[in-house]
Design a protein around this ligand. Structure first.
Ligand code: FE
Ligand code: FE
Ligand code: ZN
Length: 302
């Protein structure tokens, strides 16, 4: 069975609100941030809402094992120029993991970090060192390192870098592939099978715990990282469909992080989530070249 969902909000009613939003998109999984991705303000977990959320998920065909949490962007384990900032990231990541454990979430996606002024190999070692400090036997939730586009000084944008981190961490960590990031880092999604074979040889397919399904606004190898709606970018519908329906990855949750759709980008009040329509298109395996117009039409009438 296809396991598919999108990024959803955690703001209203925590996991219960997230699950309801996911169901409204026709999804059977989802990904959320425990608070705003840019800051570390976090609300306390409401246990009553959590009980309700778990019941709601069970009734609506969402297996909590497939639900993904995303760590905030401000965590940067790569740069240790300021040791107190590095320690802060470590502590915050620890807290995120215990929040995931309290919620019963099994996977936390993490951007490996940006080297900023540090040499790349030092930065990679910093990431591994940090993860060794973060992870303890008592932690249940598994960290998935996201493959990055290589924007600025981002680490984790090649197989070698991801492999280095995994090999230098004493605990079991996994990987989250992001199709937009792979494309922007120089991996052709049209030749995804080739990449998978290489990944299997170097790291092992069993390490893949999540896949972010995004089209890309930029060319192969652009190192940009701007997501496009499914079929509206340089990767294209058919190539993305091949990733989504890859037999070897059939048990891996697929998460859409495609942009909201609006008449203009300035009108932030009238941006609509595309996920219901994109998921439908993916399930039907049929490309709708008028998708974005249709979405605006439907929301304008409602
Ligand atoms: Fe991410
Ligand atoms: Fe992503
Ligand atoms: Zn991205």
């Amino acid at each position: 069975m296809l396991i598919i969902g999108s990024h959803v909000s955690f703001e209203s009613d925590q996991l219960l609100g997230s699950a309801k939003e996911a169901v409204s998109y026709g999804a059977n999984t989802f990904m959320f941030y425990t608070g705003a991705p840019q800051n570390t303000m976090r609300k306390e977990i409401d246990l009553n809402l959590l009980t309700e959320a778990k019941k709601y998920m069970e009734e609506n065909g969402i297996d909590i094992q497939n639900v993904i949490c995303h760590a905030p962007y401000i965590i940067n384990l790569a740069n240790r120029t300021d040791d107190s900032k590095w320690q802060f990231s470590i502590n915050f990541l620890k807290q995120e993991l215990s929040r995931c454990d309290a919620l019963g979430i099994h996977y936390l996606v993490l951007h490996p970090g940006s080297a900023v002024g540090m040499p790349r190999d030092t930065a990679l070692q910093n990431i591994a060192d940090a993860l060794n400090l973060v992870l303890e036997k008592s932690v249940q939730c598994k960290i998935l390192l996201e493959t990055m586009a290589g924007k600025g000084t981002e680490c984790g944008c090649t197989l070698e870098e991801i492999k280095f981190i995994i090999q230098n961490v004493q605990h079991d960590i996994g990987v989250c592939l992001d199709t937009c990031h792979l494309n922007d880092s120089g991996v052709s999604i049209v030749n995804f099978k080739e990449y998978l074979d290489l990944f299997d040889k170097e790291i092992g397919l069993e390490k893949i715990g999540c896949i972010h399904i995004n089209d890309s606004k930029n060319e192969l190898g652009s190192h940009k990282d701007r997501h496009a709606n499914i079929g509206y970018g340089t990767i294209g519908f058919d190539a993305l469909l091949n990733v989504i329906y890859e037999e070897k990855l059939k048990d891996v949750p697929k998460i859409l992080e495609t942009p909201y759709v609006g008449h203009t980008w300035e009108d932030k009040e009238r941006l609509f989530p595309p996920y219901f329509f994109e998921i439908k298109m993916i399930r039907e395996k049929k490309w709708n070249e008028k998708l974005l117009e249709d979405i605006l039409d439907i929301y304008d009438k409602s």
